[in-house]
Design a protein around this ligand. Structure first.
Ligand SMILES: Nc1ncnc2c1ncn2[C@@H]1O[C@H](COP(=O)(O)OP(=O)(O)OP(=O)(O)O)[C@@H](O)[C@H]1O
Length: 572
């Protein structure tokens, strides 16, 4: 009845959920006590006995006040339990996304992941903090009330029990249909979220291609699909509600009739009749509330499969290494007979690649598009593991290193740099949280970005991404360069690091880089050979294979792939 993924999430906040359930049970008990007191008061009024009427009505008023207090406390407790569930589940999912790494982000769409981690978890919170306590109260209170009714009128108790069973079980006949519709609804919602996020993020591309109108039409069609899926789900779930309501109405009606018959035939006192009427209504109160909470928390049920799939997805690489080496000197980096094929790809992206980047030296990696340069860098960062061969740092297979230790040891300046919506300082301190302001400024000077940061409205405190404070591609790249320079990682990857930098700056930065890569094992990937022509160790890849190794002069003289690339580079 309860999705295993939701039960698992419930166990992460067992105590607070039990507290919220206990308070909800107390609220229900207060309802029942009030009903019983009212029944006695009404029977006293009917008999004209007003001796204890004031005390009874006073107790009813006190009961109402107590119930209000308990309801208030219960809502707070349920909200607290929900907040804890949200926090723990999101934390777990974000941690899992970190472990899944780049390979998973390529396969899954960002908007769909956002929908699961934000909206799906929100639905789970509502389901667990509101529906589940109510379900427990139905399980506790309804049988107790039926037993009480049975003491007063066994036939009415049997009718009520049948109505309760019908109200609880009949909707279950629709569960399968509802699960199907719920999944369809959630899948459509994920697609919609992914499409909108993609369109918003890449609006400039759509505008440049004159495709805004077409994209808008596609999004409208997605919204219409979402509407159809919502209506289809509603149709099924409203049958569910109608069955519950029907059972409740029928049960109440028959028990009222039975109570009247008992009173008319003299088989029940006035107090018993009033009590029976009140208890018949109270039997169904938790069920009515359950039906309401079911609809509020249904999103959680729909999202449960997606959450389970994300939580249990297997990372592309297992984090089973235990070594945490702190390198005092930069390590030698070796690719030893590395072969790797992307899942589903027809041919290997890398085949038997072997070369070594000398410790503390710079190696340039060049090759035509599709040669395997990015794949090699991905293997070094363990976004994937090689199918054969190994990547080694100072002779240690990187699979034997703990993943976080390995990644902390490698600083990367990638082709497209993401900067967070935070101050320049915060963006820089991602690399080294304890860096002093002087160290930040020194790194930015070396990366050739200091003057431009100083000219921003609030200098280093300027929040990036806000109006007027957005940086150009080249500026972002230089900021990323400064970030990498700040990190004390002994291995540095510069992936097309100077591609968005104008030529005047490129020369300056290349010079600065040469000074600054000193002492680190550095792997530079560059399209334009000007950035790497001074490197004394250039590795040429072609179609996944090692083509040649040498320096600019020897490789040009060889007249192979490098010479062709150099010739193409000289074309205007
Ligand atoms: N995620 C992927 N799934 C399947 N094949 C891929 C994937 N990424 C890259 N490839 C393939 O692997 C090969 C090597 O690609 P890679 O991106 O490493 O080349 P590259 O040298 O970095 O190219 P470029 O200079 O254009 O960035 C190519 O044939 C490419 O099509």
């Amino acid at each position: 009845m309860v999705h295993p993924e939701l039960l698992r999430a419930a166990r992460t906040a067992r105590g607070p959920l039990l507290g919220a359930t206990a308070l909800l049970a107390a609220v229900t008990a207060a309802h029942v006590a009030q009903a019983a007191l009212l029944a006695v008061a009404l029977s006293d009024i009917a008999r004209g006995a007003d001796g204890r009427l004031h005390a009874l009505l006073g107790a009813v008023v006190a009961g109402v006040a107590l119930r209000a207090l308990l309801t208030w406390r219960q809502r707070i407790a349920a909200a607290g339990a929900g907040a804890l569930i949200r926090l723990r589940l999101r934390d777990e999912l974000v941690g899992q996304l970190g472990r899944l790494g780049a390979a998973h982000r390529v396969a899954a769409r960002a908007g769909a992941l956002r929908a699961t981690v934000v909206d799906g978890v929100e639905g789970v919170n509502t389901y667990l903090s509101r529906y589940l306590p109510q379900l427990a109260v139905v399980g506790l209170a309804t049988p107790a009330l039926l037993i009480w009714v049975a003491v007063l009128n066994p036939v009415a108790a049997a009718v009520l029990a049948a109505a309760v069973a019908l109200a609880l079980l009949a909707p279950r006949l629709w569960d399968r249909a509802l699960a199907g519709r719920g999944k369809e609804h959630w899948d459509t919602y994920e697609h919609l979220a992914a499409d909108y996020l993609e369109a918003l993020q890449h609006m400039p591309v759509l505008r440049a291609a004159g495709a805004v109108g077409r994209k808008r039409a596609a999004l409208e069609e997605r919204s219409a699909q979402m509407h159809r899926a919502t209506v289809a789900k509603l149709r099924v779930s409203l049958v569910d509600t109608a069955l519950t309501d029907l059972a409740i109405q029928a049960g109440t009606l028959v028990s009222v009739l039975l109570a009247c018959v008992s009173a008319a035939t003299g088989n029940a006192t006035g107090a018993e009749t009033y009590l029976l009427l009140m208890l018949a209504s109270e039997c169904f109160r938790p069920l009515r509330d359950l039906s309401r909470e079911w609809h509020a928390g249904y999103l959680g049920v729909s999202a449960a499969d997606g959450i389970a799939a994300l939580r249990t997805a297997r990372p592309a690489v297992p984090d089973t290494g235990t070594l945490r080496r702190g390198w005092t000197t930069a390590p030698a980096l070796t690719f030893a007979d590395v072969t790797f094929t992307y899942p589903g790809a027809a041919r290997p992206a890398l085949a038997g690649v072997t070369f070594t980047c000398a410790a503390g030296r710079t190696t340039a990696l060049v090759g035509p598009s599709g040669a395997g340069k990015s794949t090699l860098l991905a293997l070094l960062q363990r976004h994937h593991d090689p199918d054969a061969g190994a990547v080694r740092l100072d002779g240690t297979d990187i699979r034997d290193l703990a993943l976080d230790a390995l990644r902390r040891g490698i600083a990367v300046v990638a082709q497209d740099t993401y900067l967070f919506h935070a101050s320049v300082t915060d963006n820089l301190r991602l690399a080294r949280p304890d860096a002093s302001e002087e160290e930040l400024a020194a790194a930015c000077l070396d990366a050739g970005i200091h003057d431009e940061i100083a000219a921003l409205p609030a200098g280093y405190a300027t929040v990036l991404g806000e109006r007027g404070a957005t940086l150009s591609g080249g500026q972002r790249q230089r900021l990323a360069l400064a970030r990498a320079l700040l990190s004390d990682a002994p291995v540095l990857i510069l992936d097309e690091a100077t591609s968005a930098v104008d030529e005047a700056r490129e020369t300056r930065i290349t010079q600065a880089l040469r000074r600054l890569t000193h002492g680190r094992t550095c792997l530079i990937v560059a399209h334009r050979l000007a950035a790497v022509r001074h490197a004394d160790h250039i590795v040429v890849l072609d179609r996944g294979r090692l083509d040649a190794v040498g320096d600019h002069r020897s490789l040009t003289d060889d007249g192979g792939t490098y010479a062709a690339l150099a010739a193409a580079d000289l074309q205007p």
